[in-house]
Design a protein around this ligand. Structure first.
Ligand code: NAP
Length: 266
């Protein structure tokens, strides 16, 4: 039977990711490291984060392709519990098994219900339907939106994102969420490389209107081995959407601030 091109491509990418996840899997596996096993989630959905004294979170990843799987597995390594989702969750099981007990696989609905914080990393065209289907589960949740509208003017969503700003467009299709733009303007490979470095971390632009949601996003960017650069409210996200100076700059935080005309500082 002929495979759907996108599905086939997702699968190949996932297989590559799984192949590249050996070290992360070892780090995440308590049996391999001799570290204490991960704590079961408490009723508030929080567990002690290994080695950092901070509270671990329950995170739902909607779209576990290049970007979602890359960021999600770094969060597992940082001590969070992550449910990776796919419309075909059985395809994620080998990846989550390698990542250890803090990783699990499910449907987008299960991820949306599981996570106190969600990462959306799906093709932009999927957002309107997901917003409708998951409306109840998304209500009031912090959503890190990494999705970029397609390039060009052919697609109505691309025209809308260009005219209204991508953040405002995402917020329209994911109503009732505390939406923060994060991880949208950096390449998954650059995130992966940054997480392995001790210094010169990748600058990840972040924009959001909800102060508490922004704080969560800043922490989760750091937990993915990158350095957040706070750009402003959702309207300011246009500076790092497609066509903006911060889009795919894939550079350090000081250089990103310079590109965006932001003051240097923490
Ligand atoms: N790749 C990067 O470096 C990067 C960097 C920054 C931002 N982004 C953005 O992140 C998003 C994903 O990019 P990607 O490169 O990770 O793509 P990808 O590897 O093709 O992964 C896309 C994921 O979305 C899921 N998906 C597709 N259609 C869906 C639907 N209708 N409902 C639910 N899930 C659906 C797919 O899961 P199933 O098919 O298994 O259901 C797949 O896991 C894009 O918006 C992109 O602009 C990507």
């Amino acid at each position: 039977m002929r495979k759907h091109p996108q599905r086939s491509s997702s699968l190949n990418r996932r297989q590559l990711l799984v192949a590249g996840l050996g070290l992360a899997a070892v780090a995440a596996s308590s049996s391999a490291t001799g570290a204490p096993p991960a704590q079961p989630a408490d009723p508030a959905g929080k567990t002690p984060e290994r080695g950092r004294g901070a509270q671990a979170m329950r995170l739902g990843v909607i779209g576990a392709g290049w970007l979602g799987a890359t960021v999600g597995r770094l969060w597992v390594k940082a001590g969070h519990e992550v449910l990776f989702s796919s419309r075909h969750p059985e395809e994620l099981v080998s990846m989550t098994r390698e990542l250890g007990p803090r990783a699990s696989a499910g449907t987008p609905r299960q991820a949306a219900e599981f996570g106190t914080v969600l990462l959306f990393a799906v093709p932009y065209e999927a957002l309107p339907q997901l917003g409708r289907d998951l409306k109840q589960a998304l209500r009031g949740k912090v959503v890190l939106d990494a999705c970029n509208a397609p390039s060009g003017n052919d697609h109505a969503l691309s025209r809308e994102a260009q005219a209204e700003g991508v953040a405002r467009t995402s917020a329209k299709y994911l109503p009732g969420t505390k939406l923060v733009r994060a991880f949208s303007a950096v390449d998954a490979t650059a995130i992966e490389a940054s997480a392995k470095r001790q210094s010169g971390k990748l600058g990840v632009p972040v924009a959001g209107d909800d102060a508490q949601a922004v704080q969560v996003a800043l922490r989760l960017v750091r937990d993915a081995g990158c350095e957040p650069v706070m750009v402003g409210g959702l309207a300011a996200a246009s500076s790092f959407q497609r066509g903006g100076p911060g889009f795919r700059a894939n550079t350090t935080a000081p250089e990103l601030r310079r590109l965006l005309g932001l003051p240097q500082g923490p």
